[in-house]
Ligand binder design. Structure first.
Ligand code: G3P
Length: 218
C-alpha cells in the first residue's frame, strides 16, 4: 500500500520524506487555508519538494467550465500534479475531460459505493473515500473501502483507491488489510504508526541493562 501525506505543510512533507515511506501528497482547500500563505506560494513549494510523485491539488469551482479552467492551470505546474475534483455531476464531466487529455484526477468527497462506481466509470485515476468522516456520523468508514475494493476488482477498474480522512493507525492497518491502493495520512498519524508503548518500555530496559555490561566495545 502506498503512503501519501495529507497536508499542505512543507515541513511535514520534508519530515515524511526523510522516513522514506512517502509516495505522494494530497491537499484540499482546508489544508491549504491552514498555511495562511498565498495559494501559489504554498503549491510551488510543495512541488519543488515533491517532483516525481503524485501531488493532488483541488479545484475550487463547482461548474465544469471552471473546474477545467482551474485544473488545466494547475496541471501546467508539474507533470506530477493530480487534479482533485469533488464527486458531482459537473465533477464527473471534468474527470472525463481530463482523462481524454491524459491529465490525472483524484475524485474526492466519496461517501458511497455508487459515487465510487461512477467515478471509476468516468476514468478517475484515483478515488478518495473519506473513512473518518463516516466514522464521525456513526457509520463504519472501513466498510465503504471494502465495498469499493470489491467493485473495483469485479470489473478490473484502473482507478486507485485512496483511503482519505484517516484519523488513526487502525485506519491505516485496516486499509492495508482491505487491499486499498493508497492511504493518505496526516503527519501526526504517520508518527503514531512507529510507536508502541511496549517498544518504548522495552528500549528503556535494554538501555538500562546495557549500562551494566562490562568492557563495552562501543
Ligand atoms: O484530504 C481529504 C481528507 O483526508 C480530509 O480529512 O480529517 O478533514 O476528514 P478530514
Amino acid at each position: 500500500m502506498k503512503f501519501f501525506i495529507d497536508t499542505a505543510n512543507v515541513e511535514e512533507i520534508r519530515k515524511a520524506k526523510e522516513l522514506k515511506v512517502l509516495d505522494g501528497v494530497t491537499t484540499n482547500p482546508t489544508l491549504i487555508s491552514k498555511e495562511k500563505r498565498p495559494f501559489m506560494e504554498v503549491v510551488r513549494e510543495i512541488l519543488s519538494e515533491i517532483t516525481d510523485k503524485p501531488v493532488s491539488l483541488e479545484v475550487a469551482s463547482t461548474d465544469v467550465k471552471g473546474m477545467i479552467r482551474e485544473g488545466e492551470r494547475l496541471a501546467e505546474l508539474g507533470s506530477n500534479v493530480v487534479i482533485k475534483i469533488p464527486i458531482t455531476e459537473e465533477g464527473l464531466k471534468a474527470v472525463v475531460h481530463f482523462e481524454k487529455k491524459g491529465i490525472k484526477t483524484n475524485v474526492t468527497l466519496v461517501f458511497s459505493p455508487a459515487q465510487a462506481l461512477l467515478a471509476m466509470k468516468a476514468g478517475a485515476s484515483y478515488i478518495s473515500p473519506f473513512v473518518g468522516r463516516l466514522d464521525d456520523i456513526s457509520y463504519t468508514g472501513m466498510d465503504l473501502i471494502k465495498q469499493i475494493k470489491k467493485i473495483k476488482d469485479n470489473y478490473q477498474f484502473c482507478s486507485e483507491i485512496i483511503v482519505a480522512s484517516v484519523r488513526n493507525p487502525i485506519h491505516v492497518t485496516e486499509s492495508a488489510i482491505a487491499g486499498a491502493d493508497v492511504a493518505t495520512i496526516p503527519y501526526t498519524v504517520i508518527a503514531q504508526l512507529v510507536k508502541h508503548p511496549l517498544t518504548g518500555i522495552g528500549l528503556e530496559r535494554f538501555l538500562k541493562d546495557w549500562e551494566s555490561v562490562p568492557e563495552k566495545p562501543f
